[in-house]
Design a protein around this ligand. Structure first.
Ligand code: SF4
Length: 308
């Protein structure tokens, strides 16, 4: 998928900005935007993700995925009785997050969407950098656990009905593959769509069927592509290796990311009834939902205190 000079749109006579290796379709700017938004709308509608009267907390980091999420939802929901508020989580990653927070602020003010910023420092007492400095721990694990916790708490304070995140097709395929590779079927099954649970604001992923490259192009053609450095911790995770592997496979066998996710969806429906949804209680320390005893965030915080 690249910008094609001299190549004509399959639907009109304008110059194509997009071409798909798999389907052979080529689209000009206008038809690409239309096609992108129709596909996102279809994911939202087919899965009953957003209903009239709801307030949606949109997780906006300022990266391309969350920028595309906010832009597309803003267009799709313009005529509907749905409120949006953007939530930006500042994990405290020096030399990385400051830039994306600025980008998040820019896109929110351009669209007139209220933005609320919460930080690990305010919520948990220290930045991610401090949590992991000099310790033999996986930064992405800490980041993911505390970010989810901060988003859930903020969404409840904002009386949001749903939290929308910018997870895309690439993220979904990587998550399925990582759990296969770890042999972690329980975590894999937790990844399936679940019913609402007490204390947890329901999460929706409107971009989950959209490839990362199309998301980047969607931001570019909307004049909202803010180039940013990669997170300094990104290369330390298994996800980075799985991402490279999936990208290589996709270039050799177009469509493999989609079939990885599609195959997982088939497995879930074949296994339906075999895995019951675990009931959640409240963390004895912070009151956030968890399976039993301490939630993961409090467990990690206790570990940080013990080590410092
Ligand atoms: Fe957080 Fe890891 Fe993503 Fe960096 S790469 S923002 S540490 S999850």
């Amino acid at each position: 998928m690249t910008e094609k000079s001299g190549v004509i749109c399959s639907k009109c006579s304008r110059r194509a900005v997009f071409s798909s290796k798999g389907s052979g379709i080529r689209l000009c700017r206008e038809h690409f935007l239309q096609d992108f938004e129709i596909r996102v709308s279809r994911t939202v509608e087919n899965n009953g993700m957003i209903r009239d009267g709801e307030r949606i907390a949109v997780a906006v980091s300022g990266g391309k995925d969350s920028t595309a999420l906010l832009l597309s939802l803003h267009r799709m929901l313009a005529d509907r009785n749905v409120e949006m508020v953007a939530v930006t989580v500042d994990e405290g990653i020096a030399g990385y997050r400051d830039d994306t927070i600025l980008s998040a602020g820019q896109i929110c003010s351009r669209l007139g969407v209220e933005q609320v910023i919460v930080s690990f420092r305010e919520e948990f007492g220290c930045d991610l950098d401090e949590m992991v400095r000099g310790k033999n721990v996986a930064p992405c694990t800490y980041c993911g656990v505390f970010r989810k916790n901060a988003l859930n708490r903020t969404a409840k304070l904002l009386h949001a009905d749903k939290v929308a995140t910018g997870h895309n097709l690439d993220d979904e395929a990587q998550t399925v593959m990582m759990n296969y590779l770890k042999g972690d079927y329980e975590r894999l099954m937790r990844f399936r769509p679940r019913q609402a649970r007490s204390g947890l604001v329901a999460r929706i992923k409107p971009l989950r069927e959209m490839p990362e490259k199309e998301i980047a192009l969607y931001c570019m053609v909307n004049g909202a592509f803010f180039p940013s450095r990669e997170c300094p911790y990104a290369d330390l995770s298994l996800r980075a290796d799985v991402r490279d592997m999936m990208n290589r496979l996709e270039s050799l066998f177009p469509g493999v990311k989609r079939t990885t996710v599609g195959g997982f969806v088939d497995i879930i429906s074949a296994a339906s009834g075999c895995f019951s949804q675990v009931e959640l209680g409240a963390c004895r320390q912070c009151g956030e939902p968890c399976v039993e005893g301490l939630c993961k965030a409090c467990e990690l915080l206790d570990g940080i205190k013990r080590r410092s």
